[in-house]
Write a protein that binds this ligand. Structure first.
Ligand code: HEM
Length: 395
């Protein structure tokens, strides 16, 4: 264990590129790092290597998500959504919730949503091309996932602007860029909105996710709200940054779009590399259910352990030249969508969004140039962009 380790939950650590060197050193040494109480009331452990992160999240690992899956929660300060919201529920109830929600986010549904996604991507790109120079972190990035999530949940089109605005405030970082309300106020408003939507769907059900959750006899209104929130957060908070990061990644490779035009079958491989290189889910936390060995050290039951996914995804023992965005990287066993029973349920949708974006870029854009340094979100949970100014050269 390193001496004088900073509180790794401090969001300021993740506003600069220095984080990559920090993560690389920890991953290469397969470190298990303790952060003293601060961002988390009782402190927490961290793992960084690909092997350790995969191990902590593995199906057989003696860890639970039910106390919460992010820094700040632990056995003594549990998340009140534990056991009710999919991502912080284990066991049979997790299986039940996953079964209810899967059809709306699965590959099959991603295919039926393809047309919708394609239309939205083209709309966003047309606006960006008309403007020439855009901050993709404020425009294309948030718009596409918000539209898709609203579609899945059954949010009527007239309410979508409001939901996108609220989502930006709730999850756009705590640096004051979105300053009409605090993140917690915005989050409460979102839940109030879903409360109204649940009431509407109760009397007039549709074929959307909210209606399905409402008509499941086993879920209280509170449980329905928690799970709408899970999909809303899961779908918006991460995907917006992989979309923004896709522009960033392409700008690092000369002739990236020409190369894809020459061989569009490479898009599938590029999508995986975008997920690895951007790794928007920064950490996921688990709490040990029994005594467990992690990185050669025995931790007692009740120990909270954060797995830093971008560190694992740039572990040089698994990925050659991990800092580079390599369009042909194969194999690419990234942990961007997590691992084990909570593996991202929206992975197919996220991939579909990036695929549609890359296809549209190949058709319409000659080159992508980043015109200013990326500004990173002040967050320990989401590795993302506050601003990314780009110039798009049309075909
Ligand atoms: C779970 C990442 C897109 C919905 C997860 C987890 C990760 C992740 C790492 C595991 C959490 C854990 O182990 O505690 C990402 C990334 C995305 C993305 C990087 C985009 C690039 C989406 C989308 C949706 C979504 C588009 C839905 C519209 C969910 C849900 C879970 C989840 C519902 C919980 C699954 C469970 O607990 O069984 N995601 N996600 N995600 N994600 Fe995603």
């Amino acid at each position: 264990m390193s001496a004088a380790v900073p509180d790794l939950g401090n969001p300021d650590l993740y506003r600069s590129d220095a984080r990559f060197a920090m993560w690389r050193d920890y991953a290469v040494a397969d470190e298990l790092v303790w952060s003293e109480p601060g961002s988390s009331p009782h402190g927490f452990w961290s793992v960084f290597s690909h092997e350790a992160c995969r191990g902590v999240l593995a199906p057989s690992a003696p860890f639970t998500s039910e106390y919460g899956m992010m820094i700040g929660f632990d056995a003594e300060t549990p998340d009140h959504a534990g056991g009710r919201m999919l991502v912080v529920t284990d066991g049979e109830h997790h299986t039940h919730l996953r079964r209810l929600i899967t059809p709306f986010l699965s590959r099959t549904n991603a295919t039926t949503l393809d047309r919708f996604i394609d239309t939205e991507v083209r709309k966003c790109l047309a606006e960006a091309l008309a403007a020439g120079r855009v901050d993709v972190a404020m425009t294309v990035g948030p718009r596409l996932p918000a539209a898709v999530v609203c579609e899945i949940l059954g949010v009527p089109p007239e309410d979508r602007e409001r939901l996108v605005e609220l989502t930006n405030h709730a999850f756009g970082g705590s640096d004051g860029t979105f300053d009409k309300m605090s993140p917690s106020e915005a989050h409460s408003e979102i839940l109030m909105y879903f409360y109204e939507l649940v009431e509407r769907r109760r009397s007039a059900p549709g074929d959307d996710l909210v209606s399905t959750l409402v008509s499941d006899g086993g879920l209280s209104v509170r449980d329905v709200l928690f799970n709408c929130d899970n999909v809303l957060i899961g779908g918006n908070e991460t995907t917006r940054h992989s979309i923004t990061g896709c522009f960033h990644a392409l700008s690092t490779v000369p002739d990236a779009l020409d190369r894809l035009r020459a061989d569009p079958t490479r898009i599938r491989t590029v999508v995986e590399e975008v997920i690895r290189w951007t790794s928007p889910a920064m950490h996921v936390l688990r709490v040990a259910t029994e005594k467990v060995e992690v990185c050669g050290r025995t931790l007692p039951a009740g120990s909270p352990v954060a797995a830093w996914l971008p560190a694992a995804n740039r572990d040089e023992r698994v990925f050659q030249e991990p800092q580079r965005f390599l369009m042909d990287r194969q194999p690419n066993k990234h942990l961007g969508f997590g691992n084990g029973p909570h593996h991202c349920l929206g992975a197919a949708l996220a991939r579909a969004g990036l695929t549609a974006l890359l296809r549209a870029l190949v058709e319409q854009v000659r080159s992508v140039t980043v015109t200013g340094p990326p500004e990173w979100l002040r967050s320990n949970l989401t590795q993302g962009y506050l601003h990314l100014p780009v110039e798009l050269e049309p075909m």
